[in-house]
Design a protein around this ligand. Structure first.
Ligand code: UDX
Ligand code: ADP
Length: 477
């Protein structure tokens, strides 16, 4: 029998839970979707009247919220009540890498997932399907199952509540999440109970073609998620390693990418070299894979995947070193304009952004940074850099000769060029490709430098204004 789903509860109103539930609510108007989070501030932002204040920026999200919120999509902090009512519960909480204890630096910290499972065990009534949505290490479903099965909670009629656990990993990429959710390459449902699988299948089948919904066992589903991210990250580390070779040999990475990408066995996507991959998933998922390998004594396999992450850190370092070298070996007291702080365009997420490492390196060398990003707010930058914002005067007057780096947020893109020794493009925001370099060159200090780590501007546009130019993977000049 396929259980009918009328009430969904999603635990975790973040980058995964928020957009995923919004699309389910839009596509299934007959299902009531409740998103809960312990973070009241975040829930208040999801409920804000002004849709520009939603806690996450994602193209296309605002219009769905406008259409569904208050009708069949709700954001609340009342976890207990929503778990009680739910026929299906999605777990979309955060699973950061452990910072201490066994597996620190590699294994995921499952304490939030565990807590969720305990809450579900405590408050669930009747039969509930629990769907694992967060990116989790292999065998997490087993942990959830064991917590649910071993809890002795009984509902008001003294009937023990029952659960089935499914793995339904998320493949959305931030910045294109709504489109990825509406038109997925595939949807993966891992589980061992046919009724539960078909109940989730029936939700996706409202908008996803049948042949794109794949059923697997639970471990294949969990491992497929880690593997997909590891393969994608590996492509980026590979292309970034070749970009460095291009720079010294006179080759051009965009030509190399085009050439290899036209091999249908390789394919053209995910071959853009850049400052290094960021985001909440790639590093964490590979480290989970490494931890798994070590646990099972597959040390060579572990080292292979670990090198993908190592190469990424090397690449981020390479960029900051290169900037320092080009600016005559020192950036102390020099003004550098950082263009873009998000880990990629079209998101306000800064988790693992290459900008963090690069800015910290430059600040440590005593640079004065102007930082612009169209969607990241200054408070977020302060938090991740671990350094308060300085006011503009402190930077423009350069009074402080104590070798201390400082940073200031720039609202209007053009203002950041004022008196800057260098501009560094770190995120591929569309507006950075449309800069009027004639105006910028007049504002910058001479000799001026532009470093383009995302290959979004052309050397010809800059040369005529007497700006020195470095572009990633471009060894042609
Ligand atoms: C990723 C996966 O794509 C998604 O399927 C999974 O569910 C979560 O992790 P996300 O982290 O949102 O999604 O972004 P993604 O588009 O994959 O980009 C990750 C990083 O790689 C970014 O920093 C991006 O700038 C970088 N990147 C991507 C490159 O440097 N070059 C490329 O060609 C593509
Ligand atoms: P992701 O990118 O995986 O969506 P986020 O950090 O953006 O990660 O979102 C996860 C959300 O889960 C956070 O807003 C956090 O407050 C919430 N959360 C974590 N544990 C719980 C819990 N037990 N109950 C409700 N919400 C939780």
């Amino acid at each position: 029998m396929i259980p009918e789903i009328k009430n969904i509860c999603c635990i975790g109103a973040g980058y995964v839970g928020g957009p995923t539930m919004s699309v389910i609510a839009e596509k299934c108007p007959h299902i009531k979707v409740n998103v809960v989070d312990t973070n009241k501030k975040r829930i208040d932002l999801w409920n804000s009247k002004n849709l520009n204040n939603l806690p996450i920026y994602e193209p296309g999200l605002k219009s769905i919220i406008k259409k569904c919120r208050g009708k069949n999509l709700f954001f609340t902090v009342n976890t207990e009540l929503e778990i009680k009512k739910a026929d299906m519960i999605f777990i979309s909480v955060n699973t950061p890498t452990k910072t201490k204890g066994l597996g620190a630096g590699q294994a995921s910290d499952l304490k939030w997932v565990e807590l969720c499972a305990r809450q579900v065990a405590q408050f669930g009534t009747g039969h509930t399907i629990v769907v694992e949505k967060s990116t989790l290490p292999v065998k997490t479903a087993e942990v959830i199952k064991s917590i649910l099965e071993n809890s002795n909670t009984e509902n008001t009629n003294n009937i023990k509540s029952t659960f089935h656990v499914l793995s339904n990993p998320e493949f959305l990429a931030e910045g294109s999440a709504i489109n990825d959710l509406k038109n997925p390459d595939r949807v993966l449902i891992g589980g061992d109970n046919n009724g539960a699988i078909m109940a989730l299948n029936s939700i996706y089948s409202y908008w996803v073609p049948k042949e794109k919904i794949l059923h697997t066992n639970i471990w294949s589903s969990e491992l497929a998620k880690l593997t997909a991210n590891a393969f994608l990250a590996q492509r980026i580390s590979s292309i970034n390693s070749i970009a460095a070779i291009c720079e010294v040999t006179g080759a051009d990475i965009s030509e190399v990418s085009r050439a290899i990408g036209s091999d249908t066995r390789i394919g053209s996507k995910f071959l853009d070299s850049g400052p290094g991959f960021g985001g909440s998933c790639f590093k964490k998922d590979i480290l989970n894979l490494v931890y798994l390998c070590k646990y099972y004594d597959l040390h060579e396999v572990g080292r292979f995947w670990e090198s993908v992450v190592e190469l990424n850190s090397w690449n981020q370092n390479r960029i900051s070193n290169l900037i320092i070298k080009k600016l005559f070996g020192t950036v102390n007291g020099k003004k550098i304009y950082i263009m873009g702080f998000a880990f990629k365009a079209n998101t306000n997420d800064t988790r693992e952004s290459a900008a963090i490492k690069i800015c910290k390196d430059l600040l440590n060398e005593g640079a004065l940074l102007y930082i612009n990003d169209p969607k990241v707010i200054p408070a977020q930058i302060s938090e991740v850099l671990g350094m308060n914002e300085s006011n503009k005067k402190e930077i423009t007057e350069k009074k402080d000769l104590e070798n201390e780096g400082k940073w200031h947020f720039i609202k209007n893109v053009v203002d950041g060029f004022h008196d800057a020794d260098a501009a560094v493009i770190l995120t591929e925001w569309e507006q950075y490709g449309k800069i009027n370099w004639e105006i910028a060159s007049k504002l910058m200090r001479k000799p001026s430098w532009v470093f383009d780590t995302r290959s979004i501007i052309s050397a010809n546009d800059l040369r005529k204004y007497n700006i020195n130019f470095w572009k990633i993977g471009d060894g042609t000049h």
